[in-house]
Design a protein around this ligand. Sequence first.
Ligand SMILES: [Zn+2]
Ligand SMILES: [Zn+2]
Length: 242
Amino acid sequence: MRLVASFNPLPALGSLFYPPTCVACSGTVEGGEYLCADCRTRAPRIVAPFCKKCSEPFFGAITQTFSCANCEHRTLHFDAAVAAYRSRGVVRKLVHDFKYGRQRHLRHPLAEWLGETLNDPRLRGRHFDLIVPVPLHAARERERGFNQAALLAELLATQMALPLCPALERIRYTTTQTAYDRAERMENLQDAFRLRKNRDVRELRVLLIDDVLTTGSTLSECARVLKAAGAISVHAATAARA
Ligand SMILES: [Zn+2]
Ligand SMILES: [Zn+2]
């Protein structure tokens, strides 16, 4: 005899995990969604033309002598860094609230935007062996309570059925990058990362994950370390691009 069959605790439990209002504008959302239809539409997608290496968008027609202002005159060690959205408006707000407002549940809408990079021709159909998040310095991670890149990488790894491997560690605690100009940022990252003990990336194809690509310096430095340790290729994907 099943006396409890009429009691279904799932809707109540569900509302704990799915806020009933839009996480960006507090408007009404469809069941189980984080963002309302308006905010989804307003998220600024990166559309062609953009740099094939670093996804920097361009405006107007590209001439034959085109070069990317972000990439030229420096070596970026990743094979390509892909973002589907610009960090503007609703995207920027969610990234900020996630990272600095400690709103862990925002990893879900951000991971959806991150997941859209897999439709990009630079990543689509490509074989990866493992997913590596950009690490935070241990002190920074303690202070924030989590590594935002690792939370996003975890969701993507599940979606792609790939192993998640925190292969890198950040060994230099640097001040927040926004205070520095570009030259200083690159200087600042020297020897910031290293391969963790007992991690092996030899002969592996890596998908490197971060929340936001700003200049690409962090992803490049991580890719350099991974390739120096024997990785065959390092592609990067982020939820947004500054
Ligand atoms: Zn909304
Ligand atoms: Zn570029």
